[in-house]
Design a binder for this molecule. Structure first.
Ligand SMILES: Cc1cc2nc3c(=O)[nH]c(=O)nc-3n(C[C@H](O)[C@H](O)[C@H](O)COP(=O)(O)O)c2cc1C
Length: 359
């Protein structure tokens, strides 16, 4: 069934089961999970929600995250995912493309049937039994050891992780890594029990539940740009092993997540020597721009910018976009959580001096 994106019909069938009261004794990967607050229904209005899960991140050692830029290419992120009807598969491909990660698809050794209802039933049985279905995964220990960040994708199944992903989490050691969840659902937009389950099974990993992206199955096909923008915003510390950059302007400090470009690496490298100060002015009603002290290596591409994007223009101009423009730029990074409003509030209407330093 993989390959085609799930239709409303299939979701409604699943949600009808829940509405009919078939949701009993939800155990998830860990027994006795509370189901309070779950709403497996089609009433979810948000197409894309950055989830602020209540569970806190597990603390982890960072010894393998300090490898620096020299090892960056060898430490590409992994995009590990499970998908039955194709939604998470689509998200995984966009994310891998955006962050330059390797795709690792988890499948059950005994494939789930094409018949949707039969799969719903089997998934329910597996959850009730807290089963660990055997899985097929193309991932060797060396590749896993060579990554700091794992994007972890799944559909919500019976308010929780699909059990094959529980098998994965117990079979593969993610300790010391940053795990960034992404998921699709048919109404359980908060992820229900899935994020707490992930946090408890990914032992020793830092699970960024608060950074997760959640997309209603029916909206996945129209969400490519949102998913890509989200993934792009994760390409800072952890995703590439690079440092983040503090951009201080008028007393406000913004966090810039460096892009996967030579220019961004060169900027980070120069900031290791000393902070940089740039006098910026408004241009075009959509950006602030100023000259860097040194030229950076350009790899221009035609880009439609989003608020918060930081670009290199003509090799030595740094531009911060509070609006959008389409032109040939080299990505330098993205300002975390930035919006047009927050950027205009920070920069003001006129000229501003910006201080860049490593965080
Ligand atoms: C076995 C099964 C159980 C499901 N349980 C839930 C659920 O508890 N909550 C929910 O919001 N959606 C549930 N869904 C819907 C899926 O999460 C949703 O369709 C998702 O987009 C599928 O992603 P995929 O296409 O990558 O498999 C379930 C679907 C299946 C097949």
């Amino acid at each position: 069934m993989s390959g085609s994106i799930v239709t409303r019909r299939t979701f409604l069938r699943a949600s009808a089961l829940a509405a009919a009261g078939m949701v009993v004794g939800l155990a998830g990967c860990a027994p006795s999970r509370s189901t309070e607050g779950n709403s497996f229904s089609a009433s979810s209005s948000s197409s894309v929600a950055s989830v602020s899960a209540s569970a806190s991140a597990v603390s982890a050692g960072s010894s393998n995250q300090s490898s620096g830029l020299a090892n960056e290419s060898a430490r590409k992120p992994l995009v590990v995912y499970f998908s039955y009807t194709g939604n998470v598969d689509a998200m995984a491909h966009w994310i891998a493309d955006e962050v330059g990660g390797d795709l690792v698809r988890v499948t059950a050794k005994e494939a789930y049937p094409d018949d949707y209802d039969a799969t719903v039933d089997r998934a329910k049985d597996e959850q009730d039994q807290n089963a660990r279905p055997e899985i097929v995964v193309d991932l060797n220990a060396e590749r896993l050891a060579n990554c700091d960040t794992v994007f972890f994708g799944f559909p919500i199944w019976w308010y929780d992780l699909p059990m094959p992903m529980c098998t994965f989490l117990e079979d593969y050691d993610l300790s010391g890594k940053t795990v960034i969840p992404f998921f699709s659902h048919g109404g359980s937009s908060s992820g229900a029990n899935s994020l707490p389950t992930l946090e408890s099974l990914a032992k020793g990993a830092t699970v960024k539940s608060g950074d997760a992206i959640s997309i209603l199955g029916d909206n996945v096909a129209a969400s490519e740009q949102d998913v890509r923008a989200w993934a792009k915003g994760k390409t800072g510390l952890g995703a590439t092993g690079a440092s983040t950059i503090a951009m201080k302007v008028n007393g406000t400090t913004l966090t810039m997540l460096p892009a996967n470009t030579e220019a961004a690496s060169a900027l980070v490298a120069s900031l290791r020597d000393a902070p940089i100060s740039v006098d910026m002015h408004s241009y075009g009603g959509f950006e602030k721009v100023g000259a860097l002290p040194n030229e950076l290596p350009s790899s221009d591409e035609q880009i439609t910018t989003q608020p918060g994007d930081v670009m290199l223009y003509q090799g030595n101009q740094i531009t911060v976009f509070h609006g959008s423009n389409t032109w040939a730029y080299t990505p330098l990074g993205h300002l975390e959580g930035a919006t047009t409003e927050s950027l205009l509030a920070a920069f003001g209407e006129g000229d501003a001096t910006v201080e860049l330093a490593l965080q």
